[in-house]
Design a protein around this ligand. Structure first.
Ligand code: ZN
Length: 138
């Protein structure tokens, strides 16, 4: 058994590669509309805010807040990290810019709504999975 939890890895495509490979540079990346500044996730060919087509990949700060979470106690597959927290976090850059992720590097029971977290990356082959850990005090 590996010391890392089991993960089903995503297929990299031209529209998702920036996201899964960003961790190599310790960057959490999303498309951003160059017309109105909106961050876009999941990727779309047009900006959902202004329908602009001029999108570029940019990195966010990686700082976020836990919006909601659940604790998984079921051992679905052999894995070292039970129980673990599955959370929806919102990036500080924009209301609604959210990821479903795991909160790690703390006891699962210590995860709470409103908790400040920051991104870290866990590498599997050519994929860097964005996870979140409790944020250091500013
Ligand atoms: Zn826009």
């Amino acid at each position: 058994m590996s010391d890392k939890p089991f993960r089903v890895l995503p297929e990299l495509t031209e529209t998702t590669r920036h996201f899964w490979e960003g961790g190599q540079e310790r960057e959490l990346r999303f498309p951003r509309c160059q017309s109105c500044g909106a961050w876009i996730h999941p990727p779309t060919p047009l900006c959902p805010e202004c329908l602009g087509k001029d999108l570029a990949i940019e990195a966010v700060s990686g700082r976020a807040t836990v919006l909601t979470f659940t604790l998984n106690h079921q051992q679905w597959v052999p894995s070292p990290d039970h129980p673990y927290a599955i959370a929806i976090v919102e990036l500080e850059e924009q209301e609604g810019l959210r990821l479903t992720t795991n909160v790690v590097n703390c006891a699962a029971e210590d995860v709470g709504i409103g908790m400040p977290v920051q991104v870290i990356f866990e590498q599997y082959e050519d994929v860097w999975i964005p996870l979140f850990e409790p944020a250091e005090e500013a």
